[in-house]
Ligand binder design. Structure first.
Ligand SMILES: [Zn+2]
Length: 341
């Protein structure tokens, strides 16, 4: 290890749990984060600063002013420019540590692209805002034997668990047997505090550092839940379910695309259209729409315009987010009208 490297990570190397060997392993390690909202951004920040060698960030959304209260990688200019979160995160993270190879991918993780986007990484981290995507990640992780870390927060409450296929309970063991669907409220209906998402991200990142530095024996294996407002902390040891659909019977409906695709966006007054997977020429679309619609904006990654009372954001992969409706039929007809069917 070079002297400069030693200096950069000196306090982490001094820590007995990491040491020079652990640091070397971190620099050679890799992880993929699914979703770069508050938890994803905070986890990515910690892992890149710690020297994780390769990090991919997959996110479908763009930066908005309401994100800035808790999503620590983004600033007002990112929101002003409506940059995709994956693009803004890659830029910021790369400026924090040039030892890490950071790759932002603007995409909605689904059954069609999950294997391509998640394969080849030592660890998958949960930064998503919905259970459809978490069960898809769980299906891929159990099928491929890749560890992943579940993490979620809403209001002042959060929860996290390391899932190691064959060794620990999986998300389906935890939630499907009990008929429990996890946190029902969403950040867009009951709000969320910055401190809880950063606390949960810190707990997630600590377990990630253990796994990626070769300290598997230090994983505590517990489902941790905490409330940053009341100060209540709890942890339990989840049991594997011997009849589990995923890790016992090896049935993966989310990975096979049999589960319902998610079209509504996390309780927001928005619908996502993602049946269209053809590439769009955003500059050409801008020219065409500008003839009839004022204020069409395009930044190379996405195009946005208002067709009152709706606002449409179209990505270059053909995906669109329609704000102002929760009705998929309305969203589809607007898409056909402005973008084409
Ligand atoms: Zn299971």
């Amino acid at each position: 290890m070079t002297l400069a490297l030693n200096e950069k990570y000196s306090r982490q190397i001094l820590y007995a749990g990491i040491g020079p060997e652990g640091q070397q392993r971190l620099l050679q390690s890799s992880a993929v984060i699914v979703g770069c909202g508050a938890i994803g951004a905070a986890t990515a920040n910690l892992l890149v600063r710690a020297g994780v060698g390769r990090l991919r960030i997959v996110d479908r959304d763009f930066v908005e002013p309401s994100n800035l209260q808790r999503q620590i990688l983004f600033d007002e200019a990112d929101a002003q420019d409506a940059l995709p979160k994956a693009v803004a995160a890659e830029r910021k993270l790369q400026s924090l540590n040039s030892d890490s190879q950071v790759e932002g991918v603007v995409a909605d993780l689904n059954a069609k692209n999950a294997r391509e986007l998640l394969s080849g990484f030592a660890l998958i981290l949960d930064g998503t805002d919905n259970f459809e995507t978490r069960f898809l990640v769980n299906d891929f992780a159990v099928d491929s034997g890749t560890p992943w870390i579940y993490a979620a927060a809403v209001a002042s409450y959060g929860i996290t668990l390391v899932i190691r296929p064959e060794k620990t309970a999986c998300l389906a063991c935890l939630l499907e047997a009990a008929g429990n669907c996890g946190l029902q409220e969403t950040c867009d209906t009951v709000g969320v505090l910055g401190p809880i998402v950063n606390l949960i991200a810190s707990l997630q990142a600590a377990e990630a550092l253990k796994l990626l530095s070769g300290n598997e024996s230090s994983l505590h294996g517990r489902l941790v839940s905490c409330d940053a407002w009341t100060g209540r902390f709890q942890s339990v040891q989840p049991e594997r379910d011997s009849t589990c659909r995923a890790c016992a019977r090896r049935e993966f409906p989310y990975l096979q695309g049999q589960a319902q695709p998610h079209i509504t966006m996390c309780g927001r007054d928005s619908v996502q259209i993602h049946e269209h997977t053809r590439a769009l020429d955003l500059a050409a679309l801008e020219n065409r729409l500008a003839a009839t619609i004022p204020n069409v904006r395009q930044n190379g990654f996405l195009l946005r315009f208002r067709a009152s009372p709706y606002e449409m954001t179209v990505f270059s992969d053909g995906r669109a987010i329609l704000k102002g409706t929760k009705d998929p039929a309305v969203a589809r007809s607007l898409y056909a009208k402005y973008i084409g069917s």
